[in-house]
Design a protein around this ligand. Structure first.
Ligand code: PAF
Length: 285
């Protein structure tokens, strides 16, 4: 496994492989956990060579967010990548000009809801850095986690709108035994907060259970989910049900794939999660 530290070095080591081998990219901000490892394992099935990028992207953090506190565990990340058979790590110190980027990408409607509404500029930062990574690595395929569903939807849309020659693959969320979605930010929680955090996923399950029981009214489903959070002292930043692909808001489930989304702060950890709502009962009627 080779570690490239600059965009030039990354391009140079990949140059002899281009056209001969297919390349999969797994973009990360490091602090790798089982969720990232599942992306790497998927990437290995999709291409001859796997590149994992590790870069804590300043452009996607707001001024009062956890950019400085974001966990950096590069030695452990390198060991994990080696063990998973990764071919290259791209670990640049910086990806923007020293005097700041003067050209960036702007995400429109898809960033107006959910996390985008609460983290202004976040998805512009994500789209810009993913575009930079795609330009440097030029992967055939890139793998992202479904835990960041809005991010995945935006990247799919970016690739389509900008005619980028890369296939985007989404991988299911990897969860702890009690359902908590794996995240680098989970380590911010105390033992007590960690215990409470399982109700985030449980609240989504409550909605899905109601949905499977035949409830189609979004306001009723959300009331059930919010009630579950409230009972455990969790105040959500948002809890919403939206169409899975367009992220359009809906009032009633009508057979179009829909997902339930939640974000909440537990102690210092801002946690997000989402699940598909199973509309099988609906389809039977
Ligand atoms: O999902 C992440 O870890 C980041 O948003 C990404 C895609 C690596 C861009 O910095």
């Amino acid at each position: 496994m080779r570690i490239a530290k600059t965009p030039v070095e990354m391009r140079e080591v990949l140059a002899p492989q281009r056209g001969r081998k297919t390349i999969a990219l797994v973009p990360t901000m490091g602090c790798l956990h089982e969720g990232h490892l599942s992306l790497i394992r998927k990437a290995r099935t999709l291409a001859d060579l796997v590149v994992v990028s590790i870069y804590v992207n300043p452009m996607q953090f707001g001024p009062n967010e956890d950019m400085d506190a974001y966990p950096r565990t590069v030695d452990a990340d390198v060991a994990a990548c080696e063990a998973e058979g990764v071919n290259y790590i791209f670990h640049p110190e910086g990806l923007y000009p020293e005097d700041g980027a003067k050209v960036t990408l702007a995400v429109t409607e898809l960033a107006d809801c959910l996390c985008g509404k609460h983290r202004p500029g976040h998805f512009d930062g994500v789209a810009t850095v993913v575009n930079i990574l795609f330009n440097i690595v030029q992967p055939d395929v890139a793998v992202f986690g479904e835990k960041d569903w809005q991010q995945l939807a935006i990247i799919r849309c970016m690739v389509s709108d900008l005619h980028m020659p890369v296939e985007i693959i989404g991988e299911p969320t990897v969860r702890e035994a009690d359902g908590l979605a794996m995240s680098s930010r989970n380590r911010y929680m105390t033992a007590n907060e960690r215990n409470v955090s399982r109700w985030i996923h449980a609240s989504l399950q409550v909605m899905n259970d109601a949905c499977r029981g035949g409830e189609t009214q979004v306001s009723t489903l959300l009331a059930r989910g919010r009630n579950c959070l409230e009972q455990h002292g969790i105040v959500p930043e948002y809890m919403e049900i939206r169409e899975a692909d367009s992220l359009a808001s809906i009032e009633r489930l009508n057979g179009t794939p829909a997902r339930a989304f939640v974000a909440a702060k537990i102690g210092n950890a801002r946690l997000i999660d989402n699940i598909a709502l199973e509309t099988s009962a609906l389809e039977r009627t």
